[in-house]
Design a protein around this ligand. Structure first.
Ligand code: ASP
Length: 441
């Protein structure tokens, strides 16, 4: 693979005379066991999120038993028998690793898992393909990674709600210590929301790559198998570490934090105009444009206080989105806040935070003496709402004051801002703390 690396990768030769295997079919044979590992690997991850060394070892039997296939030790705990410095030719280290990465593919549905009535049907199809069938549709990947897969649910992504997000979150958190990367197959319609949620709740340097397709599996030139193949290769590549949740479609690699579905029909739909892509996939090569980095505005929310807490029981606070337009009926704001019991509101404003003077004043009169948060996001796909756009309103004593409940939504689109506000409220943050979270987004 054409990748460049600044991290040092050292590989230890096996301490026992068992040989490596590169094939998941070999699971369960008698080449190694937990006490007699077949390969060691040390990686220096100091250029990523943390500075530490990790040594892990893996045996054949541990590969089949994923609950014990990865153990971390202090670097002082083991004395390597021999160190084989695989750098500077990192490409070789990546294509022929001492230990193949183990990747978990989680199937959730979407067009990638859908079938139409004919090969030219590209709308109105239905989810009808299991993750097993999907994985079978891609070429042999056994020299890149060991692959495991699991169906979490199989739905169109328009059916996703918070309970699906939390189920997916819980599964990934469970799996992360056992796998080197996670791939999620997902409908494209709400993929960006899932990506943003997972990015904001799972703090890991391991790659989480979400993919989907715009054409169903039955269509001529369906993009599903290629997108899934690319996502798996991306998740298997150590250069993908420390980049947060990625969305991989149509040869493009984007940051799940920013990227959005820009076209309802075409294959080249995922875009983040201002932030761009993080990389490209071409001719089986991954080309990252920048070193590993996560978005500067990112805040992590710990969903469970202790590890035993069941995240699937969490009910995230209700936050509604109101889409502003010429002649917006202010009653909509009142009804949403009072009748739908919103705990926060996101408004897709008409420009960089613009709502009519009347609407701003109406909102202030409605909630001005409370701590109810209102995020001013934007309808436009690109650009941002700066703090300077927060409106002024007339107070009870006729003074022009800043509308204190209003929060500038930054670069986030309304659907991402909604998730962020839900996470803030779930964490019990007050208005000022919420403003701080939104400050860098
Ligand atoms: N309807 C599909 C979905 O589940 C669209 C897609 O996947 O492209 O979002």
């Amino acid at each position: 693979m054409s990748v460049s690396s600044s991290s040092s990768i050292y590989r230890l030769q096996p301490v026992h005379d068992h040989h490596h295997h590169h094939n998941d079919q070999a699971v369960g044979d008698d080449e190694g066991d937990d006490e007699h590992p077949i390969a060691y690997e040390i990686e220096d991850q100091s250029n990523l999120d943390r500075t530490f060394f990790k040594i892990r070892y893996r045996s054949n039997s541990a590969v089949s038993n994923t609950s014990s296939n990865e153990l971390s030790h202090s670097i002082t705990a083991l004395t390597p028998l021999s160190i084989n410095n695989a750098s500077p030719n990192v490409s070789t280290a990546i294509t022929t690793p001492a230990v193949l990465p183990i990747i978990k593919v989680l199937g959730t549905g979407g067009t990638i898992a859908s079938k139409g009535q004919s090969s030219h049907q590209t709308a109105g199809y239905e989810v009808d393909l299991t993750i097993e069938q999907l994985v079978q549709s891609i070429p042999d990947i056994s020299s890149t990674c060991l692959l495991e897969y699991e169906q979490i649910f199989n739905i169109d992504s328009k059916e996703f709600d918070t309970s699906h997000l939390l189920q997916l979150y819980t599964k990934i958190v469970e799996d992360l210590s056992h796998y080197d990367g996670i791939v999620i197959t997902h409908g494209t319609d709400t993929m960006e929301e899932t990506a943003f949620f997972l990015q904001s709740t799972i703090n890991t340097f391991k790659p989480i790559v979400i993919c989907g397709s715009m054409r169903p599996s039955t269509a001529i030139s369906s993009d599903g198998p290629m997108n899934l193949y690319q996502a798996i290769v991306i998740a298997s590549n150590r250069e993908s570490r420390g980049r947060g949740v990625l969305i991989a479609l149509n040869d493009r690699i984007g940051s799940g934090y920013y990227i959005t579905k820009s076209n309802a029909n075409s294959l080249d739909t995922f875009k983040s105009i201002g932030q761009g892509y993080v990389g490209n996939f071409v001719n089986n090569e991954i080309h990252y444009y920048y070193p590993s980095a996560k978005p500067l505005g990112l805040t992590y929310f710990n969903l469970t206080d202790d590890n035993n807490e069941d995240a699937t029981t969490i009910i995230l606070p209700q936050v509604h989105i109101i889409y502003a337009h010429q002649g917006l009926d202010n009653q909509l704001l009142k009804l949403t806040i009072e009748q739908l019991h919103s705990q926060g509101l996101v408004i897709a404003t008409m420009g960089a935070g613009s709502l009519s003077d009347e609407t701003n004043q109406y909102l202030y009169d409605l909630i001005g003496n409370t701590t109810f948060p209102v995020v001013y996001a934007k309808r436009s796909m690109d650009g941002m709402v700066p703090i300077g756009s927060i409106p002024k309103v007339l107070s009870e004593d006729e003074k022009r004051i800043n509308f204190n409940n209003a929060i500038a939504g930054g670069y986030l689109n309304p659907q991402k801002a909604r998730i962020l506000l839900q996470l803030c409220l779930n964490q019990g943050l007050d208005l000022n703390e919420i403003k701080k979270v939104f400050k860098g987004v």
